[in-house]
Design a protein around this ligand. Structure first.
Ligand code: ZN
Length: 296
């Protein structure tokens, strides 16, 4: 009885399932872009993400199944600025022929601080950490969706406008939160140089033992310099990052005699049940932790 009911259920009660299977596919290179894309695409497209939550997208190694996910897609979305070059290769190898959107298109990128032994890419790709630049991302995604699916234009424009308004409010909130911290105390130490855009936008200094990428190990000299700085300036805001190896940071904090104040989400969202499951949640989580830690 029960079994029969289940068997007949799809045709009767789940008409959405059939249409879900035929929706056009849009693919984002990594989780933060996937969140923005998913919100703007609404129900009109099936959104897939290649480098998922807590995954380092700097040095991602796609598998054949990832090329399969891109094949036949209507739209692909990447960050650019050297962050997700592997996604370009994936797109090329999959025979993709749809709309290709680069989220940083039109954004004036910062130059990456030079790091010894780490010379690939001269641009800093982490523009999403400045909420105003995430609004620029939204505009690029909106334009791409309209190109890929003109029939959904009104819906994409409405969703983008609403999302951009939320991010403008979020940007104002970040400014108000940072303003609570005395200027001299606005220093944060993290695993790698992911927060230069955040720092420039909101007036916080970030120091990191690792450079813009995550592969290079800091030299003993770099670590010693940071420890000296932590002590001299009484820096209390020291953080791990979700997708970086915490060993260097733990050692640094131990030697400097400070406590690691938690985990910032830099280049990837958390899983759905974590504290940074969306871009907006990520910014709120990071700022909440930073402000508390900078205050001492
Ligand atoms: Zn990074």
């Amino acid at each position: 009885m029960h079994r029969r009911a289940l068997l007949t259920l799809p045709a009767l009660a789940l008409p959405g399932l059939a249409s879900a299977q035929t929706r056009p596919v849009a693919v984002a290179s990594f989780s933060i872009l996937g969140d923005l894309l998913r919100d703007l695409a609404g129900e009109r497209m099936e959104v897939r993400v290649i480098a998922g939550p807590d995954v380092d997208a700097h040095h991602f190694q796609p598998r054949p199944s990832h090329a399969e996910a891109v094949r036949g897609a209507r739209l692909v979305l990447r960050n650019g600025a050297g962050f997700d070059n592997w996604f370009n290769r994936l797109i090329a190898s999959s025979g993709f022929a749809g709309v290709n959107v680069m989220a940083t298109e039109g954004i004036t990128l910062r130059r990456a601080a030079p790091t010894p032994g780490h010379n690939h890419g001269s641009q800093d790709p982490h523009a999403w950490q400045d909420v105003r630049l995430a609004i620029a991302y939204l505009r690029n995604i909106e334009a791409g969706l309209v190109r890929a699916d003109a029939g959904g234009e009104a819906e994409y424009r409405a969703r983008a406008a609403s999302h951009a308004a939320r991010l403008a409010a979020l940007d104002a909130w970040v400014r108000a939160e940072i303003a609570r911290v005395p200027e001299a105390r606005r220093i944060v130490i993290t695993s790698h140089d992911a927060f230069a855009y955040f720092g420039a936008a909101y007036g916080v200094r970030f120091l990191a033992p690792q450079g813009v990428g995550l592969q290079s190990e800091p030299s003993a000299q770099q670590v010693a310099n940071l420890i000296r700085q932590i002590r001299a300036q009484n820096i209390t805001a020291v953080f791990m990052e979700n997708m970086a190896n915490p060993a260097t940071l733990r050692r640094l904090a131990e030697e400097a005699g400070v406590t690691v104040r938690g985990r910032l989400y830099a280049d990837a969202l958390s899983p759905a049940d974590g504290p940074a499951a969306t871009y907006e949640a990520m910014i709120r989580h990071n700022v909440g932790l930073m402000v508390a830690a900078m205050q001492g």
